[in-house]
Write a new protein. Structure first.
Length: 151
């Protein structure tokens, strides 16, 4: 399963990428993130591995993030492994007019493990896209507010 989500951030490209690239900001726009623990490498750089822990209120979700490549603003690609699924996410940033940035996130689920994840992917693929779009929208709101606070 592959899909792309997009949002337009009302900030210049370099400002948007700088906010995105700051690992200290992750918990401010990724809902439920409670821990970002480095396993190996340089945090947020190509080749690094981190353990991300999210608390949804109903479940605690642990992911292993491996940064596969990083050439921002053109792209940052990560591999995300969970006990029930594996996916890659490519984040891309491009200018979208004066002081605007287009943020595209392309997700490809490469593996579903277990009966329920496979059924959800088959019968309700829209929930995966909806969750990613919600995260991009949260980033847009956070980035725009963060930039206003620094002006």
């Amino acid at each position: 399963m592959r899909f792309t989500c997009t949002t337009e951030v009302d900030l210049p490209l370099q400002t948007t990428v700088s906010i995105f690239n700051n690992r200290d900001n992750l918990g401010k726009w990724q809902q439920g993130l409670v821990s970002d623990e480095l396993i190996s490498g340089i945090p947020g750089e190509a080749g690094s591995k981190s353990r991300l822990v999210f608390d949804t209120g109903k479940h605690v979700i642990e992911l292993t993030e491996t940064i596969l490549s990083k050439n921002l603003p053109a792209e940052m690609k990560g591999l995300y492994e969970h006990k029930h699924m594996v996916n890659t996410m490519s984040n891309r940033f491009t200018p979208a007019g004066e002081n605007k940035t287009r943020y595209d996130a392309e997700i490809e689920y490469t593996k579903f493990i277990g009966f329920m994840p496979k059924i959800m992917a088959l019968l309700m693929p829209g929930i995966f896209k909806k969750q990613v779009q919600k995260t991009l929208d949260r980033f847009k709101i956070f980035a725009e507010n963060e930039a206003k606070g620094n002006m």
